[in-house]
Design a protein around this ligand. Sequence first.
Ligand SMILES: NC(=O)C1=CN([C@@H]2O[C@H](COP(=O)(O)OP(=O)(O)OC[C@H]3O[C@@H](n4cnc5c(N)ncnc54)[C@H](OP(=O)(O)O)[C@@H]3O)[C@@H](O)[C@H]2O)[C@@H](O)CC1
Ligand SMILES: [K+]
Length: 582
Amino acid sequence: MKDAWSSDEVRKAEEPLIAAGEPLMARAAYALAQAVLREVAARAAARPGGVRLHGGLGSDGLPGTARVRSGRTPGSRPGRPAARRGDVRGARVLLLVGPGNNGGDTLLAGAHLVRRGLDVTAVLASARAHEEGLAAFEAAGGHAVSLADVRVPPVVREALDSDVVLDGLVGVGARGALRPPAGGLVRALAEAQEAAGRRWPYTVAVDIPSGIGVDDGAVPGPVLRADRTVTFGALKAGLLLPPAAQLAGEVELVDIGFPADAGPDHWAGAAQRVTLGRHAMPGTDTGTGRVHRMEPADVAALWPAPTARDHKYTRGVVGVIAGTSTYPGAAVLATSGAVRTGAGMVRYLGPEDVGTRVLLARPEVVVAGGRVQAWVLGPGIPAFDPEEGPDDDGQARRVFGALAAVTGVLSEDVTGGKMPAVIDAGALTMLEHRLPAWAVLTPHAGELAELLQGLGHEVDRAAVEARPLHWARTAHQATGATVLLKGAITVVAGPGAAYTQADAPAWTATAGAGDVLAGILGTLLAGRSADVVADETLAPRLAAAAVLVHGRAAARASAGGPVAALEIAHAVPGVIAELLGG
Ligand SMILES: NC(=O)C1=CN([C@@H]2O[C@H](COP(=O)(O)OP(=O)(O)OC[C@H]3O[C@@H](n4cnc5c(N)ncnc54)[C@H](OP(=O)(O)O)[C@@H]3O)[C@@H](O)[C@H]2O)[C@@H](O)CC1
Ligand SMILES: [K+]
């Protein structure tokens, strides 16, 4: 499991170590310099000419007499001596330096790089700079200029002429969008980066890409996209959360001596006793807290793998209420997802013609009512409109009945106790009561926005995409349910915990992929039905596990190319076998 910390937790972990005189910054800076050296050496080794001489930008106030650099730009200069292949000396590095300790890390790393023979320029974005860091950098022979003196356009040109850019403007001490002048500099650099494409230098973010929301993964202003983020002590929540995670590149965690667990998880999903509906009390914004990412071993540990004593009922029966005569495909996809994930049995409830199609695709499915251990409700069922009345082949009536079983409010046509459920698509519009955590809502951003609007929040799809964890948590608090917000990076918010999974290739954004996910999760919930009802932390974990399996199955089915939703379901057994080591 990857654990990402909030900025408060990082500070709490640092305090006693700093008080004890631990050289945290020196460790961070050394590791940062090593990361840069590794990359520069790899690039130089890959180039037949090694590094070669290059002219700089002297007229701009930035240092620029003829210098040695690695051969990124076209045209090695004939007649100039080429350095040895793999030699890092002369590679050109631009440091973007802010006023705090993040800038201090960057300057101290710069000093290491100068001592290794790299050509390093620091642009100080603020009037202040970390004193010790700046002194060490200049003592090593580094060249520092002030942004106020050189201005933005020459810095952009210098960046384009560099091999590596280090973004050390702000770290965990930052709040909100980058302010001027750093904000203007990064805006210009980000535009140049976009225009330059692959010609842009290798960009390393120091601790975090400056300007992201450390705790919520928001991107409230300009941010320079990193190829690599070297982060210190602990992962930061914003590095795992969308949309910021998409700007962090490869994330490298450096151990600077933090204890394995430095404090409480500050965020707990405080349950509010509210009733769903237009006048519902909005959830409060907890804002900060720890974020987790499941890895294959975590999923294997949770998996309801069968033993010799199991039979189909102990393995879990999934009841699927999905699809209509107009949208029968969702029923096939959701039942296929459930069957391929290893349900003891899958029942399908719906219109007869859809049941026939389900049977043609999956003869294992039982098209009849009976006991189930978890429900999958809503794929391919239209939104419920109480004024117009349903036009859904009786599916809304069936979903309402099943929802009563989920919440333990038994209705006439449903028997059995409380049980977990996946609540997807149309079923998301049929929620009337506060839900338990073992009900897992699986909206995409647009559906979550509509759900929240119904609860009195002013939010649209774009706002949800800008702060997915915030809105998933808000929906969890307002409904009581676990919320799995689907996206390129999926976020799960449940009691006391948040998960973020980035397992699926971009090809997975295709019609029907969500229906398969609903089926996969249904089987996991059915396989551990009693446990899920007894332990409210389990549903969010199983939800994250289902996302991991779904994403890996999509990657397997895609093999780098397009993927059809049904093929994701077919790839699930291979993924599970791999996870369980079979
Ligand atoms: N403590 C340690 O020993 C260790 C710390 N480490 C490193 O220190 C980093 C944290 O350092 P930090 O606390 O000094 O804060 P940092 O992120 O550099 O920024 C603060 C400055 O930025 C400014 N600022 C804030 N918001 C802004 C905005 N939106 N736009 C523009 N400016 C903004 C703010 O200005 P102010 O708001 O105060 O006017 C303040 O001057 C951490 O990420 C890690 O890299 C590691 O070396 C491990 C050991
Ligand atoms: K940074």
